[in-house]
Design a protein around this ligand. Structure first.
Ligand SMILES: Nc1ncnc2c1ncn2[C@@H]1O[C@H](COP(=O)(O)OP(=O)(O)OP(=O)(O)O)[C@@H](O)[C@H]1O
Length: 332
């Protein structure tokens, strides 16, 4: 942790709701720092409390216990208006103002600085232009929001948050509803903004694979345990990604970076070049063969590509994974 870049800090934080005079604690004893220049991904199962944590950081709901400090000052001493100058937020709800142009949406980001009826000053206009530029949506600036694809709209929402010019950007599931290319593009954009604009960016996501590829820091949230915090690669080699998957018959496979069924952990003996070995294992696991092939040995060669299935009595050769699978299905 780089203390110089730490902008928001929580100690022994309990979060939750007050209802009819009673406390509902969603998560407790949370300790974390949010750092400028880094893309931090908060991951955890549905209902574990990610949105509740975000609402608490935004000052929308009070902490049940413990402290949050923003720029060394307790969060509770800030007004919501002051917080909105420091923390910009993009939530998952779709904007209902489809008649606005992209530029008008981005200009709304300046409201904490100008007020609802406030005229944009030159410096506000410059921030709006910079935000549009940083998100590469100049070509969309005069389009109406109703004309945008989900990926373009998400970029416009990020531009609005950037124009708000807070030091912290929080996005709730920014890649939900997007295809793989757009998910990667949005995450790489956020990573670039964290670094170039020196923002502390915190996102919630269920998109583990894309998050592994792009995040600087993971916060893994699971019921009843402290937040697990670290760079994704450290958490993977320490086997800590599995805190996301307790007792569901699922496990994180460090070799492929994917979640697999525990009983599909490959015991099949496959030798050969790394890439075909990984994908033959994946195909066998998907078909549920892994357990039944303990007595077999598979040897893979390249150029020409061939899979040799070496049994006790005989060896068979296949020239595609599909033909190997077809044979095994027929033999079962
Ligand atoms: N306004 C509220 N009042 C009382 N309880 C709430 C309120 N909002 C959410 N909860 C409860 O708090 C718990 C955590 O919900 P939260 O929405 O923070 O989870 P989450 O991790 O964001 O889930 P998801 O991944 O599905 O978005 C849940 O049990 C939920 O029912």
């Amino acid at each position: 942790m780089d203390k110089q870049n730490s902008i928001l800090k929580a100690e022994s934080l309990s979060i939750g709701y007050h209802k009819a005079g009673r406390k509902k604690v969603v998560a407790e004893n949370l300790n974390f720092h949010l750092e400028k220049g880094k893309l931090t991904c908060l991951l955890g199962p549905n209902g574990v409390g990610k949105s509740t944590l975000i609402k608490t950081i935004m000052g929308q709901i009070p902490a049940i216990q413990g402290n949050i400090t923003l720029l060394e000052k307790p969060l509770r001493e800030y007004s919501l208006h002051e917080i909105s100058k420091k923390i910009s937020v993009v939530l998952t709800e779709k904007v209902s103002t489809g008649s606005l142009t992209v530029r008008q949406l981005v200009e709304l980001g300046r409201i904490p600085h100008t007020g609802w009826l406030g005229q944009l000053r030159q410096q506000d206009k410059e921030k709006v232009e910079k935000a549009i530029e940083a998100t590469n949506i100049q070509y969309l600036s005069e389009c109406h929001l109703s004309e945008l694809s989900d990926g373009q709209l998400q970029k416009a929402m990020i531009a609005r948050a950037l124009a708000q010019d807070g030091e912290i950007l929080i996005l709730d599931e920014p890649t939900a509803h997007l295809d793989l290319v757009n998910r990667l593009e949005i995450m790489h954009l956020l990573k670039k903004l964290a670094k170039k604009a020196h923002k502390a960016i915190l996102i919630t996501t269920h998109d583990l694979e894309v998050a592994i590829e792009t995040a600087d820091v993971f916060w893994l949230m699971q019921c009843g345990i402290p937040l697990v915090i670290g760079i994704p690669e450290d958490l993977i080699i320490r086997n800590q990604m599995n805190v996301l998957l307790p007792g569901k018959g699922l496990a994180f496979d460090a070799l492929s970076g994917k979640i697999i069924q525990k009983d599909q952990k490959n015991s099949v003996n496959i030798e050969g070049p790394q890439i075909p070995v990984i994908w033959i294992k994946a195909a066998l696991a998907k078909k549920g063969f892994s357990k039944h092939l303990k007595d077999l040995h598979i040897l893979v060669t390249e150029e020409p590509f061939a899979i040799q299935l070496i049994g006790n009595q005989q060896t068979k050769i296949f020239y595609s994974i599909e033909s190997l699978i077809d044979f095994l299905e027929g033999a079962n």
